[in-house]
Write a protein that binds this ligand. Structure first.
Ligand SMILES: [Zn+2]
Length: 129
């Protein structure tokens, strides 16, 4: 379990810097998705071997975007303060991360140690604690 104090949070105080950073994130997401779509077009009428080769490139590209700070791994928004979840190696907006923490605390308070027996997602929620 990681202490919340150890979590890396990216929150821009300066409005101008915030706007630039958010626009850059959106630009990167758009560029990656454009390339991802373009690779999908290139897969058409290709041999199975070539199709799989391109699919691997697409998968790597998408995976890189999913683990980047460019969008929240949960709500997909780009224009929010972000918190790094080291165990999952993903960025979540601070709002989603807090909602996961609140939900888990509420469920844990209700179910106690039974929570782990009733649900198999406890490891996921604990990464936010
Ligand atoms: Zn989010």
């Amino acid at each position: 379990m990681i202490n919340v104090k150890d979590k890396k949070i990216i929150a821009y105080k300066n409005e101008r810097t915030k706007k630039i950073a958010y626009n850059l994130r959106k630009l990167i997401v758009r560029a990656v998705m454009k390339e991802w779509g373009s690779l999908g077009e290139k897969q058409k009428n290709k041999s199975t071997l070539e199709y799989v080769r391109i699919e691997n490139v697409r998968s790597d590209l998408y995976g890189a975007l999913q683990t980047s700070i460019c969008k929240c791994a949960s709500c997909r928004h780009s224009d929010k303060d972000m918190e790094y979840n080291a165990p999952l190696k993903e960025w979540y907006c601070t709002q989603c991360a807090q909602e996961y923490r609140d939900y888990y605390r509420k469920e844990k308070a209700f179910y106690g140690d039974l929570y782990g027996k009733a649900y198999d997602d406890e490891d996921f929620y604990q990464t936010f604690m």
